[in-house]
Design a protein around this ligand. Sequence first.
Ligand SMILES: Nc1ncnc2c1ncn2[C@@H]1O[C@H](COP(=O)(O)OP(=O)(O)OP(=O)(O)O)[C@@H](O)[C@H]1O
Length: 264
Amino acid sequence: MLKVEQLTIATSSTTIVQEVSFKVKAGEWFALVGQSGSGKSMLSQAIGGLLAPNLQATGKIYFKDQDLSTLSKREMRALRGRHLSYVFQDYQGSFTPFRTIGQHFNEYQKTHGTHDKAARKRQALDALSSVGLPESLYTRYPFQLSGGQLQRVSIALALLLKPSLLIADEATTALDSVSSHRILELLFQLQQDTGCAILFITHDWRHVKKYANHIAVMKDGEIVEAGGKHRVLDHPQHPYTKQLIKAAPTLGKTLPSGLEEIQS
Ligand SMILES: Nc1ncnc2c1ncn2[C@@H]1O[C@H](COP(=O)(O)OP(=O)(O)OP(=O)(O)O)[C@@H](O)[C@H]1O
C-alpha cells in the first residue's frame, strides 16, 4: 500500500532524513519510534506532500503503486483526506476557533465533493457518533470541547472518507492518560471496522506493544532497525533499539512484546 524508497529530506545545508526505506501493508498498524528530532514527523509529512518549502525530498514514495512525485498539487490535495489522512498531536491547530464543528465537517466534505447538503449533515452526525460523540457537538465551537473530544472529532474527520492509510503523528501525546487510552482503543476499533492501515508515530512503547504489527526504529534521520513486533521487541539487534527498550520499564519483566517466545 505504501512504499518509501531511499527517501532523503534535506535543507540547503543539512540532511535531516537519510535514505529511508520501508513498506506499510494494507490494514497494518506500523509504528515508527525513535528519539525526538530523529525525523519521524518530517518523514510522515513528506508522504502527504506537506513538507515546508525550505525542504527538499529525493527518493520515491509509492502509494498503492502510484509514484507520488508524479502527482500535481491538486491531485495530491485530492489524495489527502480521501485516500490518505492525518491525525496530528496539535489537534487544536487543525480547527478554526470561530467555526462550529459542523462547519468544519461541511467544508471538508465540500472540498472532497459531497454536494448534497442533507447528505453532508447526515454523514457528519454519523461520523460523530462513530467516535462516541453526541450529535449535539455539531453546533458547538472547538473551544467548547475537551481535548479528548476534539481529538475524537479530528479522527472522525480523518476517517470520514474511509482512507486506506491514516498517519497518526503523536496523536495522543497532548492528552491525559485516560483520554489517550480511549483514543487509541477507538483508533484500533475503527481500524478493525474500516481495514485502514495506520502509520503510528510515537514515543510510547506501551502503545507499540499493544497495537503495532510492525515496528521501525529511527535514529538521527535513519531507520536503524525494522521488523515484526515480536522480533524487534523481544530480539532487538541494534544497540539503539536495545537501549530504548531497556529504558521503557513499562514493558514489564516478561518478554517485552508480551507474546510467547517463538520456538525455533
Ligand atoms: N522546516 C524545517 N527546516 C529545517 N529543519 C527542520 C524543519 N522542520 C523540522 N526541522 C528539524 O528536523 C529535525 C527532525 O524533526 P521532526 O519533527 O521530524 O522530528 P521527530 O522525530 O518527529 O521529533 P519529535 O518526536 O520530537 O516530534 C529536527 O531537528 C527539527 O528541528
